[in-house]
Design a protein around this ligand. Structure first.
Ligand SMILES: *[C@@H]1O[C@H](CO)[C@@H](O)[C@H](O)[C@H]1NC(C)=O
Ligand SMILES: *[C@@H]1O[C@H](CO)[C@@H](O)[C@H](O)[C@H]1NC(C)=O
Ligand SMILES: *[C@@H]1O[C@H](CO)[C@@H](O)[C@H](O)[C@H]1NC(C)=O
Length: 247
């Protein structure tokens, strides 16, 4: 049945609905850093400035040259002589002030034979990852703990959604190389193992033994693999001590 008399209200309702739908669509598609409010804002690293607002302070545009928009050395491989046999070199706002407010960053990931880019996540950026040389086993894990894994060959490109744990393993006995791009000037990186076993100060045993359902010896073994701290030193931190400082 069509309402021919009260045409105004339904129209208003429909247009309001459309606007809300548009707002929701727009919101979900906004998956990178905020849009710049000026042509550029080359960051500066002067430690005398204590205040930063969603990025770095801008260099005076009068002092900006083309060199501020260039990064050199992306062709230089990272040293893969480490326990994991891989090295991810992230070219973000820290290394390259020109990306400030632009919502982009890049990385090159070098893999030695059977090298692993250890399970990690980027809290602030989605990643698009391209294999330039070699064959990799790669995957990511959703918030529902579903694993999406695959074999990537030279020329293959994969997306790692923002904030999800992911990894890549070189399946060959030759070096492999990949380039990655991020939708953030500062995607950040948290290694799963280091985030639990290499924190400063260390997370109390009471948390890790219960969290992982193992005893202190296993926790110490895992810590010793990841923490540069002297494991044998008892830091004297305990829940009782923390409580006494709080109340
Ligand atoms: C990665 O490579 C750089 C440059 O060679 C080196 O300074 C850094 O220590 C390496 N990182 C690891 C974890 O091996
Ligand atoms: C790799 O590093 C170890 C110790 O850090 C060193 O003894 C070894 O010579 C290095 N290998 C190469 C090929 O540089
Ligand atoms: C770690 O601490 C112990 C006890 O204080 C000390 O004997 C040892 O030399 C330290 N090891 C390192 C690598 O600093």
């Amino acid at each position: 049945m069509v309402n021919t008399k009260g045409g105004r209200l339904p129209k208003l309702v429909i247009s309001t609905f459309c606007m809300s739908a548009f707002a929701i669509l727009f919101y979900v598609s906004d998956a990178s850093d905020p849009t710049p409010l000026q042509d550029f804002c080359v960051g500066i690293n002067d430690p005398n400035y204590a205040v930063v607002v969603n990025g770095k302070l801008c260099k005076n545009p009068n002092d900006v040259t083309v060199n501020d928009f260039l990064y050199k050395g992306f062709n230089v491989p990272g040293d893969t002589n480490n326990t994991q046999g891989a090295n991810a070199t992230l070219v973000d706002i820290t290394r390259f002030p020109g990306v400030n407010t632009q919502g982009v960053a890049m990385a090159r990931v070098d893999f030695g034979p059977y090298g692993l880019n250890t399970p990690h996540l980027h809290p602030r950026g989605s990643e698009i990852f391209a294999v330039v040389e070699g064959t990799l086993y790669a995957g990511f894990v959703t918030t529902g703990y579903k694993l999406y894994d695959t074999i990537l060959k030279k020329g293959d490109v994969i997306v790692f959604p923002q904030g999800l744990i992911h990894f890549q393993l070189n399946l060959g006995k030759k070096d492999a190389l990949a380039y990655a791009s991020f939708g953030s000037q500062n995607p950040g990186r948290v290694n799963v193992a280091d985030g639990v076993f290499a924190t400063t100060p260390r997370i109390l045993d009471d948390v890790l033994t219960k969290g992982f359902q193992v005893d202190e010896i296993v926790i110490e073994q895992l810590r010793s693999q990841f923490s540069p701290e002297n494991i044998s030193v008892n830091t004297g931190r305990s829940i009782l001590k923390l409580l006494s400082q709080t109340f």
